[in-house]
Unconditional design. Structure first.
Lengths: 827, 185
């Protein structure tokens, strides 16, 4: 087969539908990555316009531009849009677009999940923007501290938009994180062992794992606060056994890792782009990976440094102050590794390099002011002033926006082509750089003079007038610079020439294809033996197009790829992807209906929407079923691999495992909240304790023990070719018993609106009932598959996945029942 | 701290700048790793940060309230948008928007709130400390001379946040005694 014929055949298999209809049914990472990035930049522009409004407001004293009611919405939305709708989705979009190309795979692990995540993001983000257009946007500051955001002090719908809209958007973050984790671990080119992975993939993996463990506390906090607002469950009300500090702990348990979730992908871009700009290799690959891992761990140990002024004992502060300064070590290590890389090579002044220099200058300042505020007595003064606002912009703009601009200019030839317009890019960089520093150096200064953050006006006597005006002028220079960058990119998209392949002479795989990338990504999959495959074999792209790699022959209209062993990169299984479908967009619309019903308090549509999601999820998985045992598939280079449905650890199993990791973090945060309220909150003990019941506890415990054992038995029977159906039914009965015990806990919990104790028991019971329902649905699904002949001794992947969920449900169910019943049973 | 930070910043920028001078590319990473990663990346920040941390903790410990004789006890209760102050030496007194303290004596301020979170901040006298529903936080401060000091609430509290300020008046011995007897206006 000629290269061109292969190209035509593969394109026919992988292409999305023609025209705009294709947007709604595509599941291809090439489309979705671009859609993510495009949408994120729309939100970046919106967030930027809001920033301009803030600077207009503060440019002069006693400003009459906007009253506090509007101004509070503006700055709350600026922070919210930039953090949740720009920064995180930009990482997701970049990773979705680049990872399969860098890893030598044809797509991500779960293409339909990519699409589902995108639509949840687009719908959830739009909800917030619509709220803003109607003037009912959130106005409590982007970290939404209760009791200011409780129903008593913020009765409007504004806060609900934040809690519900952001939770909707977080679904997409969790989906993308599961996707990225499994893709990096399993969907790589044969031979690419972990130590041969491109450095960006390491950063993406670490970031994704951080999203899985960092976002659940925020989702929990949002759920609890919304429950308080909608139904009066007093989790954050001090007089009813709640504590507003619980929100701060949950929020910053998310919020600090969030900073590194934003920084690490940008560091990944620098580690990728910088060595290419310097014509050398990255110094200390292993050290940098270790530093990133260390950052990930440390970042979970310093959330309290956002709470230095809340009256935490000084010993506690000392611990978190130490952790906060310690985190500068792995950051510094990366910076010096990059400088060492520059010394090692010969840096060339291309546009991406300019933005990297902008990063160095800005981020180092941001890091140093960060160390300053980690010093407790300094923070007692600087906290909640413009100094902090300036510091965080140095970190985020320096540590994220400059690297992303470097990345955009670096990968632009991949999307469009290359052309230079009269140094437009250089001019834009100069304006951005100057504008940024004028704006935010001035803001440091005015913060040290005592200007608080979030004020909407100040008096001439305060002496801040000139500095604020300078800062506002700087911000407009910055805005013009960013506008020029956008214009430059648009000009590229519409006019640039097709350049030669791999214009930077980069070593990584994403350049081993025609650009813009074809729908099928690689015509055949490479075999990797080194970390710099394109330097090892400069003609790799041509050889892959000729079909000399794996899976070089299109067949059966299949979208095919390979999975490898995690550590060694040895080919392990053969995967056939699902094709174009509108299922993801429909499912996220129904998910949106669920959130919208909660927001508008149309509670009768909530169960409808939930049933709709369950129905669609059922179809989603059902379509993957095989009616017959799939054969071993020849995959090229003389290897034959089993289908993913016939292995013990299928992609679905890995996806479930990582989704449950996030879920377990959510559950752990919930237990932490329970213990925190019990021990720290004022207003305990509650007026009434839960009456324990040996019958309920016994029923639940027996159910929780029986279910996983029975399913394990089903797996053994199935493997030996027997009939697993009866054991699956017994497992189902066990789950139902556990669900009933949790339901009884909800039913009998002391009045949940009277005290946070009863409210927490209600939520714990609800968690158990919800998971029992999900596990029962999955068990029912498995039973239906067995009945329809969709399983066999060979087609066994579904069993392992269901066992994972049932075991998780049983374990958490045991915790819940013991936490509720045991304190009353112990004399 | 500022000078140290400026010094480190200057050092990093010089190192970045020097990377651009003409030179041959270097093969072999071993020595480079020792210099850049272990030297600059690990040892250097560890030393600087260790010293800074120790300094911060010592100061912080000194600023923390400690039991002792002669500590004046007052209560500050915040609500949107005013502060109310009461005095344990004169239980009948309550002032709004103005806190009276004696100069030259340590004062413990018990900070609480009646509604949302606020923060008590008198920049000239002490760092800030939050007023959190259901909790009482104690801030130690001392004015070394009589005078008036501006204070603000430093935690965003909604529409009236801009103007949410108060004053602290430090009295000499005689004026303080007069205040406690309710003879001061």
């Amino acid at each position: 087969m000629k290269a061109l014929e292969r190209h035509r055949k593969l394109t026919a298999i992988w292409a999305s539908e023609e025209g705009f209809k294709g947007w709604f049914s595509t599941v291809n990472h090439n489309d979705l990555g671009r859609m993510f990035l495009f949408t994120a930049f729309i939100f970046f522009i919106i967030g930027g316009l809001l920033a301009m409004l803030i600077r207009v407001q503060l440019a002069t004293p006693h400003s009459a531009f906007a009253g506090p009611e509007i101004y509070n919405q503006i700055f709350t939305m600026h922070g919210t849009v930039m953090m949740f709708l720009f920064a995180i989705p930009t990482f997701e979009g970049l990773a979705i677009y680049l990872l399969p190309k860098m890893l030598g795979s044809r797509d991500l692990a779960f293409p339909r999940l990519t699409a589902y995540g995108f639509w949840c993001y687009a719908f959830g983000g739009s909800m917030l923007i619509v709220a803003m257009l109607f003037g009912i946007a959130p106005d409590g500051g982007w970290f939404m501290y209760p009791p200011l955001t409780s129903a008593i002090h913020s009765p409007g719908i504004n806060t609900d938009f934040w809690l519900i809209g952001i939770t909707f958007v977080e679904i997409s973050a969790i989906a993308a994180a599961v996707e990225i984790t499994v893709s990096v671990l399993k969907y790589r080119a044969p031979g690419m062992s972990l130590d041969k992975m491109p450095i960006f993939a390491w950063y993406a993996l670490i970031t994704a794992l951080m999203i899985l463990t960092g976002f659940p506390p925020l989702i929990l906090g949002s759920v609890l606060l919304e429950l308080e607002r909608a139904f009066g469950l007093p989790f954050f009300q001090a007089d009813l056994g709640g504590d507003s500090l619980l929100w701060q702990h949950l929020f910053w348990l998310f919020g600090h890792p969030e900073v590194y979730i934003i920084f690490l992908p940008a560091a990944g871009v620098i580690s990728t782009v910088l060595p290419v700009m310097c014509r050398t290799t990255l110094l200390g690959y292993g050290w940098i990976v270790s530093a990133a891992v260390a950052l990930a761990f440390l970042s979970f140990g310093l959330w309290v440094h956002h709470m230095f002024t809340t009256g935490i004992p000084h010993m506690g502060l000392a611990f978190f102050s130490a952790a906060s300064t310690l985190v500068a070590v792995p950051t510094g290590l990366q910076i010096f590794a990059w400088i060492g890389t520059m010394w090692k090579g010969r840096p060339e002044m291309h546009l991406p390099m300019l933005h990297i220099l902008g990063f160095f200058f800005t981020f180092v300042i941001g890091g140093l002011t960060g160390v300053m505020v980690a010093v407790v007595p300094f923070d007692w003064q600087a906290h909640d002033t413009a100094f902090i606002t300036a510091h965080l912009h140095y970190v985020l703009f320096g540590g994220f926006v400059f690297p992303i601009f470097a990345g955009i200019y670096y990968w632009l030839p991949h999307f469009t082509g290359q052309k230079r317009f009269f140094y437009l890019g250089q001019l834009a960089f100069a304006l951005v750089f100057i504008g940024f520093h004028v704006t935010f150096l001035a803001m440091h200064w005015v913060g040290l003079l005592g200007q608080r953050r979030r004020i909407s006006s100040y008096a001439p006597e305060d002496g801040w007038t000139a500095i604020n005006l300078i800062s506002s002028v700087g911000s407009f220079i910055l805005a013009i610079g960013i506008a020029l960058i956008l214009i430059d990119v648009l000009l590229h998209i519409f006019t640039a020439h097709r350049g030669r392949r791999n214009p930077w002479n980069a070593p990584s795989l994403e350049w081993a294809m025609i650009t813009p990338a074809p729908a099928y990504t690689f015509a055949s999959l490479p075999h990797i033996t080194r970390r710099d495959p394109l330097h090892a074999e400069p003609d790799l792209a041509v050889r892959l197009a000729r079909g000399e790699g794996y899976l070089g022959t299109p067949r059966n209209n299949w979208r095919e790829t390979l999975c490898v062993d995690i550590a060694s990169g040895k080919p392990e299984m053969h995967v056939i992807y699902p094709t174009n479908t509108r299922l993801p967009i429909v499912m996220s619309a129904v998910t949106g209906l669920f959130f919208l019903s909660l927001l508008l308090k149309f509670y009768w549509t909530v169960p409808l929407a939930l049933a709709g999601v369950a129905f669609l999820a059922w179809r989603w998985v059902w379509r993957l079923g095989h009616g017959h045992d799939p054969e071993m598939q020849p995959c090229g280079h003389g290897i034959s691999l089993p289908n993913a449905a016939t292995v013990e650890r299928s992609p679905g199993w890995w996806g479930s495992a990582f989704l449950l990791t996030a879920n377990a973090t959510f559950f752990a945060a919930l237990l932490f909240g329970f213990v925190f309220l019990w021990t720290v909150a004022p207003g305990w003990p509650p007026p009434e304790w839960f009456a324990p019941s040996v019958t309920e506890l016994g029923t639940g415990v027996i159910g929780a023990l029986v279910a996983p054992l029975a399913l394990g038995h089903a797996i053994r029977v199935n493997r030996q070719g027997g009939a697993p159906f009866p054991s699956v039914i017994i497992a189902l009965l066990g789950i139902v018993a556990l669900g009933l015990a949790c339901g009884a806990l909800m039913w009998r919990a002391p009045a949940p609106t009277d005290h946070a104790y009863g409210a927490t028991l209600l939520v714990l019971g609800g968690y158990g009932v919800f998971h029992a329902t999900v596990a029962a649905l999955m068990g029912g699904f498995l039973a239906a598959q067995i009945r329809q002949g969709y399983t066999s001794a060979t087609r066994r992947a579904a069993f392992a996945i269901v066992r994972l969920w049932i075991t998780y449900t049983s374990l958490t169910g045991l915790f819940i029942l013991l936490a509720a019943h045991l304190p009353g049973l112990i004399p | 701290m500022l000078i140290g930070a400026a010094g480190i910043f200057g050092l990093v920028m010089v190192l970045v700048g020097l990377a651009f001078r003409r030179k041959d590319t270097i093969d072999g990473d071993g020595q480079q790793v020792r210099l850049w990663i272990i030297g600059f990346g690990l040892v250097f920040p560890a030393l600087v940060l260790g010293a800074l941390l120790l300094y911060g903790l010592t100061i912080g410990e000194r600023l923390s309230p400690r039991a002792g004789a002669n500590v004046v006890q007052v209560t500050a209760e915040a609500r949107r948008w005013e502060w109310r102050f009461t005095y344990s030496d004169a239980p009948a007194l309550e002032t709004t928007g103005v806190l009276h303290i004696p100069a030259g004596l340590p004062v413990d301020i018990a900070i609480t709130t009646a509604d949302v979170i606020h923060s008590f901040w008198v920049p000239r006298l002490a760092g800030k400390l939050d007023a959190i529903p259901g909790h009482t936080n104690t801030l130690r401060l001392e004015a070394d001379r009589p005078g008036t000091f501006q204070g603000v609430s430093a935690e965003f509290s909604g529409a009236g946040y801009d103007a949410f300020a108060f004053r602290v008046i430090a009295h000499d011995k005689a004026a303080w005694a007069a205040f406690l007897q309710g003879q001061l206006e």
